[in-house]
Ligand binder design. Structure first.
Ligand code: NAD
Length: 374
C-alpha cells in the first residue's frame, strides 16, 4: 500500500478542535488498513508566531513542501491583532499558498438535503445542489502591477489596480476545471466580463481554445460574471463546474457558499501544477471558515467543513474517490439523523459538540464501509 504523507497545520482557535476529529478519522482509516497515512504536524498562524515569531517557520514550510498534501485548520485571533503585519497569523497562510504555488482554488457548494430548509433560498432551489467553483488564485487584479495610490498634485489622488492575465495562467486553471468536470457532470461554465474588459475577451478566447483542442467531450459555455451571480441565486442547479478569475471567483464563491447554509459546512482545496515527473499536484485542504475566537475552547465548533476538507483530500490528492464519497455520505446521513452542532441547530434536532459530531460521522463512515464490503 502506498504511504501518503499528510502534513497537518491545525492553527489557532477552533482549528485544533476540528482537526482533532479529522485525526480520529485518519487513525481509523490507518487501523482498518484502508490507507497508510504518515502524519506529521506543525504550527501555523498565531501558534507559530508564539513559538517562532513568524506565521509559519521555515522548518514547517519545508515539511509542507515535502508532504503529499497539507491539511490546514484556521489561523488568527484577537491575541495577535497587534503583531507586525509581515508576521501576522494570516501571513503563514499566504506564504503556504504562494510558496506551494497553489493557483487553483476549489470550492464546492453542496447542499445536504437535511439542511435545505436552513438556506436563505427556497428548499427546492438548493436541495441536492452540488456545484464546484474553480477560482484562479494567484493572478489577476489582486496581484497585477502597477498597484498604487498616486498623488496627482492638484488635490486629487488616483488609485490603480491592474487586472492582468497571461495565456499560461488561464490555460492551467481551465485545464483544472475541465479535468474536474470529467469526473462530475462534464459541464464547465466560464465566467468573465468580456463585454467591458479586455482581460475578459482574452479569458474567453483562451478557455474556448483549451476546451476545443483538449477537452472536446466536455460541454463548455460562457456567461458574463454579473449574469452568473444572478443565475447562481436564481437556479444554481444549472451549473456543474464554474471557472473564473481571482476577483470574480472571490465573490461568486462567497455567493455560492451562502446557498448551503452555515460557514461551518464549507470545505475548500487549493491545488498547484502537476509535478513533471510524478504527476502529483501540491495541494492544501482547509475549511472556508476562520478560527472563530468567539467559540474557541468551548468544544462546540462544527467540524464538518474540516472533515469535508479531508474528503476532498482523499479524492483529489490520493485518488480515493470511493472513500471520499462514503465520508461525504456519512456527513449527510449524520445530518439526516437530526444530529446538529449549535451553528446549524434547529427545533426538534439533537445538539452535540465538536466531538459528538465527529464521532457520529465516524460511526456512519464505519457502517457505510462495512456495507460496501458485504
Ligand atoms: P470566522 O469564520 O472565524 O467566524 C465567523 C462566525 O462564524 C463566528 O461567529 C464563528 O463562531 C462562526 N463559525 C465559523 N466557523 C464555525 C464552525 N466551524 N462552527 C461553528 N461556528 C463557526 O470569521 P471571523 O470571525 O471574521 O474571523 C476570526 C479570525 O479568523 C480572524 O482572526 C480572521 O482573520 C481569521 N480568519 C482565518 C481564516 C483562515 O484561517 N483561513 C479565514 C477567515 C478568517
Amino acid at each position: 500500500m502506498t504511504t501518503h504523507k499528510l502534513f497537518l497545520l491545525p492553527g489557532d482557535g477552533i482549528g485544533p478542535e476540528t482537526m482533532h476529529e479529522v485525526k480520529e478519522i485518519i487513525a481509523f482509516m490507518n487501523s482498518e488498513g484502508l490507507a497508510a497515512f504518515e502524519i506529521d504536524e506543525g504550527l501555523a498562524g498565531g501558534a507559530a508566531y508564539d513559538a517562532h515569531g513568524v506565521g509559519i517557520s521555515d522548518d514547517d514550510m519545508a515539511k509542507a513542501e515535502a508532504a503529499d498534501a497539507v491539511l490546514f485548520g484556521a489561523v488568527g485571533g484577537p491575541k495577535w491583532d497587534s503583531v507586525p503585519y509581515e508576521v501576522r497569523p494570516e501571513a503563514g497562510l499566504l506564504r503556504l499558498r504562494k510558496d506551494l504555488q497553489l493557483f487553483a482554488n476549489l470550492r464546492p457548494a453542496i447542499c445536504y438535503p437535511a439542511l435545505a430548509a436552513s438556506s436563505s433560498l427556497k428548499p427546492e432551489v438548493v436541495e441536492g445542489l452540488d456545484i464546484l467553483i474553480v477560482r484562479e488564485l494567484t493572478g489577476g487584479v489582486y496581484f497585477g502591477e502597477p498597484k498604487e495610490i498616486i498623488d496627482l498634485g492638484n488635490g486629487q489622488k488616483r488609485a490603480i489596480d491592474t487586472q492582468v492575465y497571461d495565456t499560461y495562467e488561464i490555460e492551467r486553471i481551465a485545464r483544472v476545471a475541465f479535468d474536474l468536470a470529467k469526473t462530475r457532470k462534464n459541464h464547465v461554465t466560464s465566467m468573465e466580463k468580456r463585454n467591458v474588459m479586455k482581460s475578459g475577451v482574452f479569458w474567453n478566447e483562451v478557455v474556448t481554445k483549451v476546451g476545443a483542442e483538449e477537452y472536446p467531450e466536455v460541454e463548455l459555455d460562457h456567461m458574463l460574471a454579473d449574469a452568473g451571480g444572478m443565475q447562481l441565486v436564481r437556479w444554481p442547479k444549472q451549473f456543474d463546474v464554474i471557472v473564473t478569475d481571482n476577483l470574480f471567483g472571490d465573490m461568486l464563491s462567497d455567493v455560492a457558499a451562502m446557498l448551503t447554509g452555515s460557514l461551518g459546512m464549507l470545505p475548500s482545496a487549493s491545488l498547484g501544477a502537476p509535478d513533471a515527473q510524478t504527476g502529483k499536484r501540491k495541494a492544501m485542504y482547509e475549511p472556508v471558515h476562520g478560527s472563530a475566537p468567539d467559540i474557541a475552547g468551548q468544544g462546540i465548533a462544527n467540524p464538518l467543513a474540516m472533515i469535508a476538507s479531508l474528503a476532498m483530500c482523499l479524492r483529489y490528492s490520493f485518488g480515493m474517490v470511493a472513500e471520499a464519497g462514503l465520508l461525504e455520505q456519512a456527513i449527510s446521513k449524520t445530518l439526516d439523523q437530526g444530529i446538529r452542532t449549535s451553528d446549524i441547530m434547529s427545533e426538534g434536532m439533537t445538539e452535540v459538540g465538536t466531538n459528538g459530531m465527529g464521532t457520529a460521522v465516524l460511526a456512519e463512515f464505519e457502517i457505510l464501509l462495512g456495507e460496501g464490503q458485504e
